[in-house]
Design a protein around this ligand. Structure first.
Ligand code: 3SK
Length: 517
């Protein structure tokens, strides 16, 4: 299949395109977004995002400066994201599940002068205003009316704005990506990449069209959610359902029934927990035509059970924050459960050994990908940029093998990272929190499969002399991790051991623990 030809003019503003194409097509009165409070048409979103662009400029933000967004999924997300882009200001969308320390790092690293934050997250951000000299203002989304309320700032501004004369190649927005060691990396993306993900993946692979209503359990601050819920539907004038709360089976089921989305994007953990839930709707209650999964490999059994229940397929695929969206995927009418499918036309894939040489057919190798949506690199981090971006090729850190008939099969990570509910967890970060507990001498964290064959963290703990292992202590350690790290990172199981397996040089042999887990 030859890839779609994408021609993006040299002068190009992604927000102006995503909104302008819908107004030009006569879709001004069509609903673009539905959130928990109401809905917003394409014309309203155009006006609101322009007013937001004016508000950010009025706060003194200049082109190429960053605005950090820590927002739950409401209509304020596309308003601020597109408003900033219209003004040539660079939105940095960050995970809403992190700790104050994580946000402090990202604010200092990005030097965002303004942050736009959901009211519920303000207790984490408020103290940072005094601590971080480069941060001048925090704008609150969804809270009480006041001088720093987003709604008020927008209401005070004209509903038309001057569009910054950006280039397709210019940095448009950032997302943070985490690795097994070191701080998260500001991953820069260009204006042209947003629309390219829609043209390469959403149109041909998902067949997305104006008549679709889409719902993504993955939030907009993830690269996966951003494409699913913003770029893809806007690229064709479809409607997106947004949900601010956590994607529990009950909350997701309610949206599937109430709003009748035709396209639903999830992650394996959610598909598994929905299938096990009493809240699972019947086929007749939903309007689904297709589902997608990414973030971690979808176990074959989950895909088959979902299809039996809903009579629709889940297209399992893989993407990355660095490539912006999915580059390897199953296709409609060509789903091979237990595999991640075939390359999305427009992307090239190669599997290489540790020396960068192609592996023999059937062998496991690290997946590298080449395509037009690769990040420009990590902000102010040359060493990690050089380690990940090898000329045109981007290292994924995922290991794969290729079947004889061309389907890719996931074979784990080439680093120690875990993917938990589709989000990266660094075992080293969890271990360092565990050893900060007074009872712990040493800790090692590895991935362990749960009953649905999905990976969750498991901790092996060496206690200090005199400390007695117990269930109660395991609960204390769990609470300790939860109090210091993002909630999804805590180990689900604890095993107390006399010692950890180590190399002669003292390095923990995680592969031995993985086998044992
Ligand atoms: O985790 C993935 O597979 C993924 C998919 C799309 C976009 C971003 C990511 C990380």
């Amino acid at each position: 299949v030859s890839p779609p030809i994408i021609t993006i003019p040299r002068s190009y503003n992604a927000a102006a395109d995503l909104l302008g194409r819908n107004l030009a097509a006569g879709r001004g009165d069509k609903t673009a977004f539905i959130d928990d409070r109401g809905r917003c048409t394409y014309a309203e979103l155009d006006r609101r995002s322009s007013a937001c662009a004016n508000a950010l400029r009025a706060l003194g933000l200049m082109r190429e400066q960053r605005v950090l967004m820590c927002l739950h999924d409401t209509i304020d997300f596309p308003t601020v994201f597109l408003g900033a882009i219209k003004a040539g200001i660079v939105p940095v969308a960050v995970n809403t599940l992190l700790t104050r320390g994580d946000y402090e790092y990202m604010l200092r690293d990005s030097r965002a002068r303004v942050a736009v934050v959901s009211a519920a997250l303000m207790p984490l951000f408020e103290p940072l205003l005094d601590e971080i000299p480069s941060l001048e203002r925090i704008i609150v989304s969804g809270g009480a009316d006041g001088p720093d309320a987003l709604a008020r700032l927008i209401a005070d501004q004209p509903e038309a704005c001057e569009i910054a004369d950006t280039l397709g190649d210019e940095v448009c927005f950032w997302l943070y990506s985490s690795g097994s060691t070191g701080a998260p990396k500001g991953t820069t993306h260009r204006h042209s990449s947003l629309i390219a993900t829609a043209e390469l993946f959403a149109r041909p692979i998902l067949g997305i069209c104006e008549q679709d209503t889409v719902f993504s359990a993955a939030k907009l601050f993830f690269a996966y959610g951003l494409g699913n819920g913003l770029t893809f539907p806007m690229s064709v004038g479809a409607t997106t359902v947004l949900m601010a709360e956590r994607p529990t089976p009950a909350a997701v089921a309610k949206r599937l029934v109430d709003h009748q989305p035709t396209l639903f994007y999830g992650v394996p953990t959610l598909f598994a927990s929905m299938l096990a839930s009493a809240d699972l709707p019947d086929r007749a209650q939903v309007g689904l035509r297709l589902c997608t999964s990414a973030g971690e490999a979808l176990p074959e059994e989950i895909g088959l059970r979902w299809r039996r229940h809903f009579e629709v397929d889940i297209l399992d695929g893989i993407g990355s924050t660095e490539m912006l969206h999915v580059f390897l995927s199953n296709r409609r009418g060509d789903v091979r459960y237990g595999t991640t499918g075939r390359p999305v036309p427009g992307y090239d894939i190669r599997l290489v050994d540790e020396d960068g040489r192609p592996v023999a057919p059937g062998e496991v190798g690290e997946l590298q990908v080449r395509g037009p949506t690769a990040s420009n690199g990590y902000w102010n981090n040359r060493a990690k940029t050089c380690a990940t971006f090898l000329g045109d090729w981007t290292r994924s850190g995922d290991k794969y093998s290729l079947t004889e008939d061309g389907y890719y099969v996931y074979a784990g990570r080439s680093d120690d990272m875990l993917k938990v509910s589709g989000i990266y967890v660094s075992p080293i970060e969890v271990e360092s929190v565990l050893v900060s507990h007074e009872a712990v001498l040493e800790a090692a964290v590895v991935g362990c499969e749960d009953d649905d064959q999905l990976i969750k963290p498991k901790a092996f703990i060496v206690l200090k002399p005199e400390v007695v292992p117990s269930e109660a202590l395991a609960d204390q350690l769990k609470a300790h991790v939860k109090s210091l790290l993002a909630p999804y990172k805590y180990p689900r199981w604890f095993e107390f051991v006399e010692e950890l397996p180590k190399t002669a040089t003292g390095k923990i042999q995680r592969f031995k623990l993985r086998r044992r887990a």
